[in-house]
Write a protein that binds this ligand. Structure first.
Ligand SMILES: Nc1nc2c(ncn2[C@@H]2O[C@H](COP(=O)(O)OP(=O)(O)O)[C@@H](O)[C@H]2O)c(=O)[nH]1
Ligand SMILES: [Mg+2]
Length: 231
């Protein structure tokens, strides 16, 4: 099974300088066979960073995180993709956990920030607005799309893997930050094998999120409605 580790970036040079050196090289130990970046139009030196480190880059013809997923599916000839955002949120030591679960037959593997042994970026805050909103979206996905299998605890996390076959089947088309939510809802509807493991989410190491809470939240509500009424 050939697995690609897909780095998703839009202006992440500062974070890359800290995170990239901690990512293992491709090989049997690391749990993936190649590293590729999909870039959404960076202008801050991210592309130069990749060039210096010999990381091949797929340049997006259209911006958006969902567009980045489509570019990976179209351009890479792998059996599965692990999506990784090198901004500090995602735990590098968990990258190796995807492959065994894919080999055991998972169609999608999600690193969950909501299981008992997990940590969410907001866990040390009193008001966990994003986490609470995430949990509402989780609940909606599970109630309205799940037919069997375990409750999905983190339906929107980006740190995840999907097989090429599953990606083909789901025909994903969300262009933006709702891509993972669409993937989870469709996977549940198609009764794919979705497996989660707990992860410890870190804090962003530099820069700022490109997903402001309120507009992004509204996009999620619209995405849920679209999937619900089109099913
Ligand atoms: N390829 C690509 N990556 C993107 C795009 N927009 C955001 N990203 C990356 O997606 C990751 C997560 O984005 P971030 O803004 O941190 O969202 P948050 O983690 O949900 O707060 C980061 O590595 C971003 O650089 C895009 O249009 N294309
Ligand atoms: Mg992030």
């Amino acid at each position: 099974m050939k697995i690609s580790l897909v780095l998703l970036t839009r202006n992440e040079r500062e974070c890359l300088e800290i995170i990239f050196p901690t990512i293992p090289r491709p090989g049997s130990e690391s749990g993936f066979d190649e590293i590729v970046a999909v870039d959404g139009g960076s202008t801050d030196g991210t592309l130069e960073f990749f060039k210096k480190n010999a990381v091949p880059v797929i340049a997006q013809s259209q911006r958006g995180r969902g567009e980045a997923f489509q570019h990976a599916f179209k351009n890479l000839n792998s059996d599965a993709f692990i999506f990784f955002s090198p901004d500090g949120n995602e735990n590098v030591s968990d990258i190796k956990k995807f492959k065994p679960l894919l080999q055991q037959g998972a169609d999608i593997v999600i690193a969950s920030r909501m299981m008992k042994e997990s940590r969410n970026e907001e866990d040390d805050q009193l008001f966990k607005w994003r986490k609470w909103a995430n949990n509402v979206f989780n609940l909606l996905a599970n109630i309205f799309f799940r037919k069997r299998g375990p409750f999905i605890t983190d339906s929107i996390n980006g740190f995840r893997a999907i097989t090429k076959d599953a990606a083909k089947k789901l025909q994903l088309d969300a262009p933006d930050y709702t891509i993972e939510y669409q993937m989870t809802m469709r996977a549940l509807r198609h009764e794919l094998n979705v497996v989660e493991f707990p992860t410890i989410e870190g804090n962003r190491v530099a820069g700022d999120t490109g997903a402001p809470a309120i507009p992004t939240g509204l996009r999620f509500i619209r995405r849920f409605c679209k999937e619900f009424f089109n099913s």
